[in-house]
Design a protein around this ligand. Sequence first.
Ligand code: MEV
Length: 431
Amino acid sequence: MTKTVTGFSKRNKQEKIDWLVSNFLKNDPKIVSTLKQYWNSDEKLQQLHDEFIENTISNFYLPYAVAPNFIINNKPYVIPMVTEESSVVAAASLVAKFWSERGGFKTEVISTIKSGQVHFMYNHNFDDLEIYFTTIKPKLLEATESITKNMRKRGGGILNIELINKTDKLDNYYQLHVTFDTIDSMGANFINSCLEVIAKVFRKESRSLGIEIVMSILSNYIPDCLVKAEVSCKIDELGENATEFAQKFYQAVQIAQVEPYRAVTHNKGIMNGVDAVVIATGNDFRAVEAGTHAYASKTGHYKSLTNCSITNGIFKFWIEIPLALGTVGGLTKLHPLAKLSLDVLQNPSAKELMQIIAVAGLAQNFAALKALTTTGIQKGHMKMHLQNILNQLGATLEEKVELLNYFNDRPVSFSMASDALQKLRVTKLLE
Ligand code: MEV
């Protein structure tokens, strides 16, 4: 059988599976039953999911969880999270409870501006280009009016169009830098549609100027779509060994400010919380990841997204993070669980969702730094991961109960769990 295929997307689901299994999976019938095991028995619901992307052959489950006890600006929240990492939700819940007893999280949206660029080449006089841009700018805005109508009704739309000379970076390279407020939608399709119309008119009207459009696309770098979340308390409210804890915690953040090797892992921990809520609400986690890490390097030096201060006996810990999110459009209302997540969050606006997700990131970083600067990370991690190890070892429900209990006050590793399971089985045999 050939391993390249044409017209694959036109085949039905069964035909796609047959082709895959016979060409790449040795016709193993178990594969087919695994794929089918994850099909939803509700055909309409399955079809909805099938149609999110092309060539769907099954569904890929990730756990959907909730982390209770968050207080954000004095309002209680339960935060929905989708993640495969064992300790993320437990950490979020613990930290939420901890800070709920110390005034909760305070948040504010700093700005909500997104941008996109029409990238183009032009190799004549800059003054002529500037004159052309000034005369054509009202026409560019006019041309997008039908697309921006609804967004303008909601208070958003195109904020400005600027001509930017980039020839110091690349010969003949210019751009139209267009800024947007997309209110409650993430706005990717809206921005791209506007940019394509702008590019078309800009090119068409330029006639003899020799403008060559290269591409028109939104930017996932959003340093002006920014939110801040913060916690603070008196140092002695931090619990056991408060002063030493605060100092070490502060140092851990300083290290992540100056050392990229640490900063990347530090920020990855933040994204454990951020992505889990971004996914649960049907938002675009790749856009958020790209934008956040670019923002972390905005000074030319990759840094921590969180900060810490200790002043006059007050411990303060905060995050500033760019987040492009939607609570309308995309999958947010189409995926039943994304919609449910927004219900759990009491149907936030995109601005409120930015604040909630910044809190999820800050909470996760607090949990990681607390563990790292005290007990070490593995104790909690491995404890949470023990269930997975036991499942991998094929432990029964009864064995799991006994072994979870056994490891309650012992360190955990794969081999230790495996040995303990063997011993337990031998003991049971001898009983
Ligand atoms: C693991 O997923 C995340 C951490 O490595 C984050 C950190 O080191 O800050 C624990």
